[in-house]
Design a protein around this ligand. Structure first.
Ligand SMILES: *Cc1c(COP(=O)(O)O)cnc(C)c1O
Length: 393
């Protein structure tokens, strides 16, 4: 495997905000360009057969722009190895195929991203992977779900869309006592707010489409881990199956990550203000936000996250129709799938992000809307929500 495919040599030292800007981002040695170029090429000239320059041969095996992103991501999650993919689900697929074999079993949070559940149950299930969903914050329930064939524990914290919090250190301890691989989907928190590997998890996955890219203009995913043997397998699948990030996509993601920290700060401040404002609103039955002191996961979140993130869900007191109407009546909060961009979005999970699990045990309450709070002026965002809530009558 090509050394440039993973981090190591090119990781800058220093604090998080410094590494976000410099890890993997050395200036171009040929021209001095401050920003490493986008290597928009499918192949690389060889100095004689097998004479590769810097180990680069063909874009599926490695590309310098992708290597730069992988080094940056690995540095931020405290990983030894980073792999970037064409989407979050492509990253998950590569990891699961590297870590599991037919007949193996996975224990999954009962509120994971619907697409993750769909990938495992509908695609990997056909190849013999077995799945149990469980309330991940309930360690007794997790312990009871583990079988002799269990290989992986998979958690999202905060979860989507109900913002449930799982104690990553405790889950990792339980998983390791039972010899399991503990995977955290860190898409919602990002390494700016939470670093699962430092808390004992084995692998972090991301949809970089969301906060890491941060501008709703690129799709991508990543796998970050420490273990050399598993990294070799993930790297082989990345190369042999080929769901790699394209050079321009990798470059856009890298550019987004440089401002991750300041964006997450503002996302979190805005979300906190909105959550506090709506907690007292008569049209709102419940606000789901880990930054509110009465959120059941608030204390754990306070210890494992530096801020509480930009995602807020709301249960409407008047029920499902009010929730649908609210999602269709805001203006600054645009109705769309996805999350994590600088612009605010609103979604109705039962018919959008979580449509694939509607009617299953993973279904989301029908009176819930999900906000991805952007970094606009918070007074404008609050006014937009208040107007739409007033309009419900
Ligand atoms: C969006 C998302 C994914 C899937 O990522 P894609 O980039 O859409 O493939 C996985 N996990 C979470 C938490 C997500 O929000």
């Amino acid at each position: 495997m090509n050394a440039s495919n993973t981090d190591g040599a090119d990781g800058a030292s220093g604090a998080f905000d410094t590494r976000a800007i410099h890890a993997g981002q050395a200036f171009d040695p040929t021209t001095g360009a401050v920003i490493p170029p986008i290597y928009q090429t499918s192949t690389f000239v060889q100095d004689g057969i097998g004479g590769l320059r810097g180990g680069y041969e063909y874009n599926r095996s490695a590309n310098p722009t992708r290597s730069a992103l992988q080094a940056q991501l690995a540095s931020l999650e405290g990983a030894a190895h980073g792999f970037s993919f064409a989407s979050g689900l492509a990253a998950e697929d590569a990891l699961l195929r590297a870590a599991m074999r037919p007949g193996d079993h996975i224990v999954l949070g009962n509120d994971v991203y619907g697409g993750t559940h769909r990938l495992i149950s509908k695609i990997l299930g056909e190849w013999g992977i077995e799945i149990t969903t469980v309330e991940m914050g309930d360690l007794d329930a997790v312990g009871a779900a583990i079988r002799p064939s269990t290989k992986v524990l998979w958690v999202e914290t905060p979860s989507n869309p109900l913002m449930k919090i799982t104690n990553i250190a405790s889950l990792a301890q339980l998983g390791h006592d039972r010899g399991l691989l503990v995977v955290v989907d860190n898409t919602f928190a990002t390494p700016a707010l939470q670093t699962p590997l430092a808390l004992g998890a084995d692998v972090v996955v991301h949809s970089t489409t969301k906060y890491l890219g941060g501008h709703s203009d690129v799709l991508g995913g990543a796998v970050l881990l420490r273990d050399d043997e598993l990294a070799e397998k993930v790297g082989f699948i990345q190369f042999a199956a080929g769901a790699v990030s394209a050079p321009l996509d990798a470059w856009l993601t890298t550019r987004g990550i440089k401002t991750l920290s300041v964006r997450m700060q503002r996302h979190s401040e805005n979300a906190q203000a909105i959550a506090e404002h709506l907690a007292g609103h008569p049209a709102i039955e419940r606000v789901y936000y880990p930054g509110l002191p009465d959120h059941p996961g608030h204390d754990i979140a306070s210890t494992q996250m530096s801020r509480f993130g930009g995602m807020v869900s709301l249960a409407l007191a008047a029920g499902p129709t009010a929730a649908r109407t609210l999602a269709e009546s805001t203006h600054l909060f645009q109705l769309a799938e996805s999350l994590g961009g600088v612009e605010s979005l609103i979604g109705y999970p039962p018919e959008m992000t979580h449509a694939s699990v509607r009617g299953t045990e993973l279904a989301v309450p029908e009176n819930v809307v999900r906000l991805s709070v952007g970094i606009e002026d918070v007074a404008d965002l609050i006014a937009d929500l208040d107007d739409a809530l007033d309009g419900l009558g």
